[in-house]
Write a protein of this length. Structure first.
Length: 290
């Protein structure tokens, strides 16, 4: 059976019209008792900044909730499970609202897989998840439902490389995981993960806040002996265009590099994240050769 792809980009909750616009357009929403709504224990977001919640509560106190929450029917009549909008829900409780506007999702596919995917999409679009929260949520979606990286990416509407990068976070050593928990840049931390030497990695961790990503990358290339002058020359715009064309044709991450001593020679690398991806590469290469 074909898996259902979420189409949340056009969801009335995420596209952001006001309640007045919804009413004028005939988009249904209703007011329900805030006590009738339960949060989802599987919600991927676990950390809520208290200062931002207070700011949102002040805004709701002054202007009300401008965009309704997304819920689905609960196990008992008149009860609902929150799918999206937990920050607004928590802020509304701080204000002491008795009712809140909601959109009720009556989709027959109300499985945990679909609910988690919808919550992930909302949080990804709003950039509300920390890298670790995103990694754990994507891993849960993948492992619980036995999905491939490609299937997770299709369901969430993101790239396969983004899914794989998130999964790679869970394999980071403890020092880098702690750095992420403390708010370190995800891209910088992933660069540091290439250093196997714990002591050397710790040296860079101390200065992570003041190092730009480009500076850090240059430092690491120098330390690893892989400077562009020693091994690979800088990729030209034409080489980059070729790599991007191959990447679009195959649908997987492609990198191209030239030999620093002989620019006529080089290497093309294609990343794959599942057996299915490998078969796609095989078919594309064989078909093009025939």
């Amino acid at each position: 059976m074909a898996r259902k792809k979420l189409q949340l980009a056009n969801n009335p909750l995420l596209s952001g019209p006001s309640l007045e616009t919804r009413a004028a357009s005939g988009i249904p929403y209703r007011e329900v008792s805030i006590s009738a709504i339960e949060t989802d224990p599987n919600q991927p977001r676990v950390n809520f900044d208290e200062d931002r919640l207070v700011e949102l509560a002040d805004s709701i106190r002054s202007y009300g909730i401008m965009s309704p929450l997304l819920v689905r029917p609960g196990k008992f009549p008149g009860k609902f499970i929150l799918i999206a909008g937990e920050r607004r829900f928590r802020a509304a409780k701080k204000v002491g609202l008795a009712t809140v506007p909601v959109l009720v999702n009556h989709d027959k596919d109300d499985s945990n897989e679909t609910t988690l995917a919808m919550q992930l999409v909302e949080n990804l679009q709003r950039s509300d998840l920390t890298p670790l929260e995103r990694a754990h949520a994507i891993s849960a979606l993948k492992e619980t439902n036995n999905l491939s990286v490609r299937e997770v990416a299709a369901k969430l509407g993101v790239s396969k490389s983004m899914v794989q990068r998130s999964l790679d976070i869970l394999d980071l050593p403890d020092d880098l995981l702690n750095a992420l928990r403390e708010g370190a840049s995800e891209s910088k931390v992933l660069l540091l993960s290439k250093i196997a030497d714990d002591e050397l990695r710790a040296t860079y961790l101390k200065d992570l806040d003041v190092l730009t990503r480009s500076k850090l990358k240059t430092e690491l290339e120098s330390v690893s002996g892989k400077t562009t002058s020693a091994n690979n020359r800088v990729v030209s715009p034409e080489d980059r265009r070729i790599a991007e064309e191959i990447q679009r044709a195959i649908g997987l991450k492609v990198s191209l590099s030239r030999n620093g001593t002989d620019n006529e020679k080089g290497r093309i690398s294609i990343e794959f994240y599942s057996e299915q991806d490998l078969q796609v590469i095989f078919r594309r290469l064989v078909e093009s050769a025939e």
